[in-house]
Design a protein around this ligand. Structure first.
Ligand code: FE2
Length: 232
């Protein structure tokens, strides 16, 4: 809490002002960066990684099957492969993608001491959440295995009064939510991010602002998210 002191001829008055929340990003090419999510001044951590050619090809191959790709299930590290095999078939490409997802599930469970996670794996041909927003959750893992990756805004550039109805019907670029398109950050294909939400302890008012990227009509994304299960 900061203190503002005002003075006139007869009195001095101290007014306690709400603390301005300070939040930043923690980014590294090492997965150890995930532990920074426990820092109070961090609302996004990004493991900047390059997809292996094998994994990129596998994701591309799975998308090309044209199947309606959508999984939303509770999984453990041990059940990831069977979940994907049941949904997409037991092919080499699905095995390669499953190996990667099992690794991420294992990391997420270790980091937060979880037995299982809520997995969503979706092929998208349009922006799922095209407006900037925050999530009312503790924390979500997000990664894009194919296509254009998630956009986000650093906490210090955002005027949160312009979120939701505060945009007065204007698009994000014109609402005053941020001042310059240069403020918009974008993850890269393969990056793995932890997005801190509003329900993380003491993070109300600082949940990471993000949105789905605009994509062309011919593009498809393969998006993975991992969440806490509600009974954890
Ligand atoms: Fe979201």
């Amino acid at each position: 809490m900061s203190v503002l002191t005002t003075m006139n001829k007869s009195q001095s008055t101290s007014i306690r002002l709400p603390e301005k929340l300070t939040r930043g990003a923690s980014e590294s090419d090492r997965p150890k960066v995930f532990t920074d999510i426990y820092r109070d001044d961090t609302n996004i951590t990004i493991w900047q990684r390059k997809l292996s050619d094998e994994l990129a090809l596998a994701a591309d191959e799975i998308l090309k099957t044209g199947a309606r790709l959508k999984i939303a299930e509770a999984v453990t590290v041990k059940s990831v492969h069977s979940t994907l095999y049941n949904a997409f078939g037991e092919t080499n490409a699905v095995m390669i993608l499953s190996d990667d997802i099992a690794l991420l599930v294992d990391m997420f469970c270790c980091l937060f001491d979880l037995k299982g996670v809520g997995l969503r794996l979706t092929a998208l041909d349009r922006a799922m959440c095209p407006r900037f927003h925050f999530d009312r959750i503790p924390c979500r893992l997000v990664t894009t295995h194919h296509g254009t990756a998630t956009e986000w805004l650093p906490h210090h550039v955002v005027d949160r009064s312009k979120l939701g109805a505060g945009n007065l019907g204007r698009p994000d670029e014109l609402s005053g939510l941020f001042q310059s398109t240069d403020d918009v950050r974008q993850m890269s294909l393969g990056d793995v991010a932890l997005l801190k939400g509003e329900f993380w302890h003491a993070n109300e008012g600082a949940g990471l602002i993000h949105r789905s990227p605009a994509i062309s009509t011919s593009e498809r994304r393969l998006l993975l998210t991992l969440d806490f299960l509600s009974d954890e």
